[in-house]
Design a protein around this ligand. Structure first.
Ligand SMILES: C[S@@+](CC[C@H](N)C(=O)[O-])C[C@H]1O[C@@H](n2cnc3c(N)ncnc32)[C@H](O)[C@@H]1O
Ligand code: SF4
Length: 376
């Protein structure tokens, strides 16, 4: 059986950013959430049986609002349930929550990777994005993280209205000079229901044009690749040995535990993949764990077609691509050969033995490529 990744969702944030549609809530006192997460983990262990765990990832929301003792309690529980030897343990932190003592406490509790939500080093951009940190704080947080954790990742958002190639170059050069070994770059997207979506309906543009956005993405790629980063996933760049093992589990189609409000999970039971979703609000989640022993709100068996489609969509995002044998097993039939050959001939896909991957050019138009592949 493949290894299992563990995702913990901590949904609270000090401030809700105007572009974010994750399952987040304004920070408040909540003494019930941690015990519920620990109990939910025990339920997941019953579901999964004995498996080896490959990673624990604290995502959010803002898990850097958790105390080192809370983070330590989760790690110890996962360790007691499945074992945690030699695994990646990562947490998403906001620069605003920078606290050297807490971060050293996380490290002492077993955390070995910090993912920092830098977004930009420009004060004006950070104000525009509604962030509660400035460029100097982001730099100080990055230096501190690099001094404490064996691996550090920084998130950057590009494509905000007013951005130029010059200020993107400035953001990238600070990250490179600081020595961040992993960088995630997200194109600003306007999500339904967010404050930015409402502003756009009032005619206030929040993003650059799609042409400029494509140029900025190309600039990110060129700059980071010439600085020794592998472009191993559409939005992710890593120096050797610093790829996110946890996120790779998603892209490789492996199983993952999802605990905490609104968390998603995938688990293979009797050779069939199942998708789980936890109760959305912290209140509903903690009540469900208390009354039923689990926070899972729904558990659905994925059809062969859904499981195979998900594997393809996730797997073509990474440089290693997918195994055609596994695709055929999941789909209970081979990939659409009539579409496959022309996409290979057009230089958008690459077939090496039984592996299929998207070329650099193919990854630029990945949605169109996967749509064609999935035509029936
Ligand atoms: C959900 S956040 C969690 C980490 C942390 N709370 C933070 O904001 O830095 C993960 C990443 O998604 C990015 N993100 C969220 N919504 C986005 C959007 N609409 N467009 C681009 N990036 C987005 C965030 O900026 C962040 O880097
Ligand atoms: S982007 Fe991060 S800090 Fe902002 S609301 Fe979303 S999860 Fe919270």
């Amino acid at each position: 059986m493949d290894k299992l990744a563990v995702y913990i969702h901590w949904p609270y944030c000090a401030r809700i950013c105007p572009y974010c549609d994750f399952n987040v809530y304004k920070r408040r006192e909540d003494n019930l959430l941690l015990p519920a997460i620990l109990a939910d983990l025990a339920h997941w262990r019953e579901l999964s049986g004995p498996r080896e765990v490959s990673s624990i990832h604290f995502g959010g929301g803002t898990p850097s609002l958790m105390t080192p003792a809370q983070v330590g309690a989760v790690i110890q529980t996962v360790s007691a349930l499945w074992g945690t030897s030699g695994i990646e343990i990562a947490l998403e932190a906001n620069p605003h929550e920078i606290n050297a003592e807490d971060w050293r406490g996380y490290r002492a509790a077993g955390l070995n990777r910090l993912s920092l939500g830098v977004q930009s080093f420009h004060d004006a951009a950070l104000r525009f994005l509604g962030r509660n940190h400035d460029g100097d704080t982001a730099r100080a947080a990055l230096d501190l993280a690099i001094g404490i954790f064996p691996s550090v990742s920084a998130d950057l958002i590009f494509g905000w209205a007013g951005q130029t190639e010059t200020n993107l170059s400035h953001d990238l050069s600070i990250l490179i000079a600081a020595g961040a070994p992993h960088i995630s770059t997200y194109q600003l997207t306007i999500e339904d229901g967010t404050a930015f979506a409402k502003a756009e309906t009032r005619g206030q543009t929040r993003t650059v044009s799609s042409d400029l956005s494509a140029d900025l993405y190309d600039q990110v790629r060129r700059t980071l690749m010439t600085s020794g980063f592998d472009h191993y996933e559409v939005s992710n760049f890593a120096k050797p040995k610093h790829r996110s093992r946890h996120n790779l589990a998603y892209w490789q189609g492996l199983d993952y535990v999802g605990v905490g409000p609104g968390a998603h999970g995938r688990i293979t039971l009797n050779n069939t993949r199942h998708a789980t979703v936890a109760h959305l609000t912290p209140g509903a989640y903690t009540r469900a764990v208390k009354t039923t022993g689990t926070g899972i709100a729904s558990r659905e068996r994925l059809t062969p077609s859904d499981a195979a489609t998900e594997y393809l969509l996730m797997g073509l995002r990474i440089d290693e691509g997918i195994s055609l044998t596994r695709y055929t097993e999941l789909a209970e039939g081979p990939l659409n050969a009539a579409e496959l050959e022309p996409l290979i001939n057009d230089g958008l896909l690459l077939k090496q033995g039984e592996r299929l991957s998207a070329t650099a050019q193919g990854r630029l138009v990945l949605n169109a490529v996967t749509e064609r592949l999935l035509l029936t």
